[in-house]
Ligand binder design. Structure first.
Ligand code: BYC
Length: 327
């Protein structure tokens, strides 16, 4: 695990106004904050929470798509899906490493995921019922992820910002492979087009919810924006996503399941219908349709991997003892 200086965040250095002002000055000057730099404890905690949740989302996000690897309709589709799911695993690992630079171990973060203290994206609590869902996830879920994550490449915390550059390049490929699957179905037989439409009907609203609560109800946005962890608010990103996605649906000949969706000349964007926030909070609080299965699968993977972690530790210990004996 990396370590970081924890100056100001260690409970020993006092977070005086002068210290907080100097920190904010660095942020305002667009300087990157690095692991050994002094930082307020709140900044560190916000990052651990967000990066941890983000890492868990990538790892849990492997499950709904992994479910279709053996049922992909052709070798080409299977190879692309396999690569995509592996990419998500890689993203999770960069992100756990970025969080480790803030003094929290991957073991600790995993335990928090398994006992329900840590969140992961609401979107992965929905089931993948048809092959079209694999296309729709790439198109909408990766599309939403890119919208949210491109600005994170400019996040004030260096390790997170740098991890996001490669993540975004790969997400962009994921979005395109998803859109291509949906396009093939939308231009296929009547049944295939119906499968694509059914999938869009089920995934549209959960994708819109991925951006989080409305700005007025977002408890962390103001501070995260001031610290330049977030560069846009939840509603700003949601609006950008809708504006980019509506023409894509029109091109496919599919209908977005929102009767209130209409172009608003004045704001130069689409108005949309009300979001079901009761559903959102139910899912966020662990009552999504697939929530129990997702955590159960992660727990099984963690337990099944215990012997690998034990073996790696025993091997490292043996090497260390051998090296000490030779010195
Ligand atoms: N699901 O004050 P707010 C991906 C929580 S993409 C669950 O606005 P913040 C992938 C929020 O955590 C998905 N929880 O929070 C794509 C907070 O609760 P806590 C992952 C949510 O942090 C394709 C409370 O609601 N992407 O991985 O300022 C394939 C109040 O919200 C959600 C990221 O994580 C949600 N949708 O803004 C495979 C990107 N929305 O923590 C994988 C990085 C909100 O106080 N994260 N909550 O208990 C972010 O940009 C921000 O954390 C969010 C929320 C925009 C998500």
């Amino acid at each position: 695990m990396y370590s970081q200086g924890l100056i100001g965040a260690d409970g020993r250095s006092e977070e005086t106004q002068a210290f907080l002002d100097a920190f904010q000055k660095r942020i305002d000057a667009e300087e990157k904050i690095e692991p050994n730099d002094p930082m307020p404890e709140g900044y560190r905690r916000t990052l651990v929470r967000q990066i941890g949740q983000h890492a868990h989302s990538e790892i849990v996000g492997m499950l709904p798509e992994g479910n279709w690897i053996t049922r992909a309709p052709s070798l080409r589709r299977k190879a692309a899906l396999l690569a995509k799911v592996q990419d998500e695993g890689g993203h999770g690992l960069y992100l756990y490493s970025a969080a480790e630079t803030l003094g929290v171990s991957r073991k600790q973060m995993t335990e928090e995921l398994l006992d329900g203290r840590a969140k992961y994206s609401s979107i992965f609590n929905y089931p993948t019922l048809s092959w079209a869902d694999i296309g729709t996830i790439g198109w909408l879920v990766d599309g939403a992820a890119i919208m949210n994550q491109i600005p994170l490449c400019r996040c004030s915390y260096g390790p997170y910002a740098r991890a996001m550059i490669r993540v975004c390049k790969e997400e962009s490929f994921h979005q395109r492979q998803g859109y291509e699957i949906v396009m093939t179905l939308a231009q296929g037989t009547t049944d295939q087009k119906a499968m694509a439409q059914d999938s869009l009907n089920r995934w549209w609203w959960p994708s819109i919810m991925m951006f989080g609560p409305h700005d007025a109800d977002s408890q962390h946005s103001d501070q995260s924006m001031a610290w330049k962890i977030k560069r846009f608010t939840n509603d700003e990103l949601r609006q950008k996503f809708i504006d980019a996605t509506v023409p894509q649906a029109e091109y496919l000949g599919l209908t977005i399941p929102d009767p209130d969706l209409k172009w608003n000349e004045e704001k130069n964007g689409y108005d949309h219908g009300p979001i079901d926030w009761d559903e959102f909070w139910r899912v966020v609080k662990g009552h999504g349709p697939m929530a129990k299965d997702r955590v159960k699968a992660r727990k099984k993977a963690w337990d099944d991997g215990a012997w690998v972690r034990d073996a790696a530790l025993a091997h490292a210990e043996k090497r260390r003892a051998r090296k000490m004996a030779a010195e």
